[in-house]
Design a protein around this ligand. Sequence first.
Ligand code: ATP
Ligand code: MG
Length: 165
Amino acid sequence: MDDAVLRVENVVKEYGKAVKTRALDGVSLSVGPGEVTALVGPSGSGKSTLLNIIGLLDRPTSGRVVLGGVDTSKLDERGLTALRGRKLGFVFQFHHLLPAFTAVENVMLPAWGDGGVPTAAMRAGAEAMLRDVGLGDRMSYRATDLSGGQQQRVAIARALATRCC
Ligand SMILES: Nc1ncnc2c1ncn2[C@@H]1O[C@H](COP(=O)(O)OP(=O)(O)OP(=O)(O)O)[C@@H](O)[C@H]1O
Ligand SMILES: [Mg+2]
């Protein structure tokens, strides 16, 4: 499928050196624009391993991941980090918000990046995302002053913010 936003091609992942665990044994899949995909399987079947590889947090032992037409097996750490910041959003089970920052600042962080200057457009985009997740009245609250569910929604807004800013 040529217009795929994600293509996973024959991905193998082995952990360990002396004792090898083959967590993924030739996984291939393709996801098109706007498609919603759920990855389901028993505990230990390799879901987190595959998501870490798709999310460019880990590299496969062999095979490749093509994201938006970019063959990520050819990228160095710097290239991977740039692509992760621009194209990917994560919502972890533990939200990983920065506690000293406000809700809107947390959502702006991926666009803000390392050393950049926050722009009015980034702030407007982040505020729109927070309104979308029902947190229009909590934008200036620090992460620590939000409930668990509100913090998780800030993390969702942050994951989606790569689209807007
Ligand atoms: N760092 C590691 N070193 C060695 N083996 C690992 C490592 N991480 C995962 N594994 C093994 O790889 C296999 C897949 O693990 P993975 O965490 O991807 O499973 P999962 O599908 O996410 O499971 P769960 O539903 O329990 O979260 C398991 O057998 C696990 O023991
Ligand atoms: Mg898991």
